[in-house]
Design a protein around this ligand. Structure first.
Ligand code: HMG
Ligand code: MG
Length: 301
C-alpha cells in the first residue's frame, strides 16, 4: 500500500461551513477566519460562492469578503459557481479558481441547483469555455457520491459516469462528495476504484461530511486508495441547506492531527489551526465539532 507523502488540503469552512449557519456571519469575521487559516498554512481556500442569494443568503456577501482579502500568490481563493452569472461574479471578485458542482443524484441536483444533471452540464459548458479562455482553473464537485438524502440508489458506475463527464470538460480536479456523510470505508474504496477506472487517480479528490461519524475512516480509506486531494472544514463546520440531515465536514484539525501522526505533510500548523477553530466557534457560540480542537484547547492556554 503506497500512501502519499504529501496531500493537498482544500479548506471549505468559509463556504460549506458558513453557508449552513442559521446566523449571518459578518464579513469581517469571515475575512479574519480566512486570514487565520492562511497564517496556519492553508494554501487552498474556498472563500464563498456566487449562487442565488435567495437560495443561500449566507453567501450573498462573497464579493465583499473577496474584496477585503489580501492578494496572495501562495494561496488559492476558490469559489463555487453554478452558472455563467456565478462565473462572472467570480471573475469580478478575482477568484483564482472556480468550482462547478453537480451530483450523482438527479433528485438532489434538482433540489440544490434546480436542474437535471444533464442540464447542469449544459450550463457548465460556457463556464468552462470562458474559464479556459481566461486561464482560470476549474475543479468540479460531484455530490451524493456515497449516498443521496432522498433515498435514490447511487451506483458507483453513475458516480464514475458523471466524474468522467466533468473531467472531460476540462476540470483539473474532481471532488467526490459524501454530501450526507453516509459512506463507509468499503464503499469509499469501491467508488474511488470505479472513478479511477475512467479518470486519472491523481485528479480525484474527496469531500466527506461526518454525519454518521465515518468521515475520518473514509479519509484513511481514500488515502489508502491513493487519493491525495482532500476537502475538510475548520472546526468541522458545514452542511448543505438542500441536503436534509447533513452535518459538518470532517474537521481540518482532526485530519491534520492524523496526517501529522502518519508522517504525511499537509503544510498546516496544528496549533494555529486549532486556535482558528476556536476563533470561529467562539463567534458561533458553540465548541468546535472537532475532537482534536477540543482535546488541545487546554494545552493552548
Ligand atoms: P433558478 O431559480 O433555477 O435560476 O436557480 P434562474 O436562472 O431561473 O434565475 C432565477 C434568479 O436567480 C434570477 O434572479 C437570477 O438572476 C438569479 P431574479 O431575476 O429572480 O431576481 N441567479 C443568480 N443570482 C446570483 N448568482 C447566481 C445566479 N444565478 C441565477 N449565480 C440556481 C438556479 C443555480 C441559481 C440556484 O438553484 C442556486 O443558486 N443554487 C445554489 C444552491 C447552493 O449553493 N447549494 C449549496 C452549495 S452545494 C454544496 O454544498 C455541496 C458541496 O459542498 C459538495 C457536497 O457536500 O455534496 C459542494
Ligand atoms: Mg459539502
Amino acid at each position: 500500500m503506497m500512501l502519499p507523502s504529501r496531500v493537498r488540503i482544500f479548506e471549505v469552512g468559509a463556504r460549506d461551513g458558513l453557508q449552513n449557519e442559521q446566523q449571518m456571519v459578518p464579513v469581517d469575521v469571515k475575512v479574519e477566519l480566512i486570514e487565520r487559516l492562511m497564517d496556519a498554512g492553508v494554501s487552498a481556500i474556498e472563500t464563498g460562492s456566487f449562487v442565488s442569494p435567495k437560495w443561500v443568503p449566507q453567501m450573498a456577501d462573497t464579493a465583499e469578503v473577496m474584496a477585503k482579502l489580501p492578494a496572495r500568490n501562495d494561496v488559492i481563493y476558490s469559489v463555487l459557481t453554478p452558472n455563467m452569472q456565478g462565473y462572472e461574479g467570480a471573475v469580478a471578485a478575482k477568484a483564482d479558481e472556480i468550482e462547478i458542482f453537480t451530483a450523482a443524484s438527479e433528485l438532489f441536483n434538482k433540489r440544490n441547483i434546480n436542474c437535471t444533471i444533464a442540464e447542469s452540464l449544459e450550463r457548465f459548458a460556457p463556464v468552462m469555455a470562458a474559464a479556459k479562455a481566461a486561464g482560470i482553473p476549474v475543479r468540479a464537485s460531484v455530490s451524493c457520491a456515497l449516498g443521496s438524502p432522498f433515498g435514490d440508489e447511487i451506483r458507483p458506475e453513475t458516480v464514475a459516469e458523471v466524474a468522467k463527464k466533468v473531467y472531460d470538460m476540462g476540470c483539473y480536479e474532481v471532488s467526490l462528495a459524501d454530501t450526507i456523510g453516509v459512506g463507509t470505508p468499503g464503499r469509499t474504496r469501491e467508488v474511488i476504484e470505479a472513478v479511477a477506472g475512467v479518470i486519472p487517480l491523481d485528479v480525484i479528490g474527496v469531500h466527506f461530511h461526518d454525519t454518521y461519524g465515518q468521515a475520518l475512516a473514509n479519509y484513511l480509506a481514500a488515502l489508502q486508495s491513493g487519493v491525495a486531494r482532500f476537502d475538510s472544514s475548520v472546526a468541522g463546520l458545514g452542511g448543505c441547506p438542500y441536503a436534509p440531515g447533513a452535518t459538518g465536514n470532517v474537521a481540518t484539525e482532526d485530519v491534520v492531527y492524523m496526517l501529522d501522526g502518519m508522517g504525511i505533510e499537509s503544510g498546516i500548523d496544528l496549533t494555529s489551526l486549532v486556535k482558528t477553530a476556536w476563533f470561529i466557534s467562539d463567534h458561533l457560540g458553540r465548541p468546535p465539532a472537532s475532537r482534536v480542537a477540543r482535546a488541545l484547547k487546554t494545552k493552548l492556554g
